[in-house]
Design a protein around this ligand. Sequence first.
Ligand SMILES: O=P(O)(O)OC[C@H]1O[C@H](O[C@H]2O[C@H](CO)[C@@H](O)[C@H](O)[C@H]2O)[C@H](O)[C@@H](O)[C@@H]1O
Length: 286
Amino acid sequence: MSPTRPQSGVGGQAYEAILVRPSETLVAVDFDGTLAPITDDPEQAYADPVAVAALGRLGALVGQVVVITGRPARTAVRLGGFDRVQGLDRLVVLGQYGVERWDAATGEYVLPPEPEAITTVREELPGLLADLGLDRVRIENKGRAIGVHTRELRDPAALRRLEGPIRDLAERHGLHVEPGKSVLEIRAPGIDKGDALRRIVVEVGARQVVFAGDDLGDLPAFRAVEQLRTEGVDGLLICSASHEEDALTEISDLVLDGPAGVAEWLSALAARLERDRPASDGPAGN
Ligand SMILES: O=P(O)(O)OC[C@H]1O[C@H](O[C@H]2O[C@H](CO)[C@@H](O)[C@H](O)[C@H]2O)[C@H](O)[C@@H](O)[C@@H]1O
């Protein structure tokens, strides 16, 4: 049996369906911690080239490949190099948890206006951090959201000290706090990765969906796949595992060794579909 096949019942069933009907499969992947190894500086978090190459191969084999990320769509495209990958000419990147979109087919970005409350919070944040004695945290300005990062402080207590004041600040301005690996992100409520995933599943008419993620922000997408299963869509859930977060391991069909493990799995899936192509219905092989 191929090591790429999940052992669990529903995951294994989804894997078999993907092999039979690749052209009706959506492959959806998170960016940070799944495609890109975690780094201190978010600006240096480039996607694993092996994973990107595998996605390019899958782009020619499955119905749709999509990246669903908390990053701004432009940032994900730049750090992933997605605008210059053979096979990813139909890639869709859903940024800021699905609020933003980039289509490789047209090169167009859909970037709704930034919430005014974010501008106000951006102005208030440095004072709040100084009052807490935490002015060395990294602030990531994402346009319509703000990331408050503690990774470089090497102090697990810093995130805990920040949480209450950041939640109060966000709440005062009608904003939402998205917790993640050494980060609290302040953003507008209203859409999450689950909503984003469901929309693209419907848009492309997928009968099978793969979702790979690593962090708390991916949980809604995992829940969406569980729901989709009850509606007749086969779902395969993949955890990009790390010592930092274990919320996804129990509910995953496959637990892989971080971005390197994800890259290996995507490559193995691409190889398997390429091998089967003459007998299957992938777009390149009909
Ligand atoms: O949805 P994702 O693609 O997983 O993005 C979630 C957040 O990821 C980024 O932060 C994480 O990765 C950084 C770079 O490796 C790391 O320094 C940080 O500690 C991690 O939390 C990103 O900076 C955020 O904007 C994303 O929302």
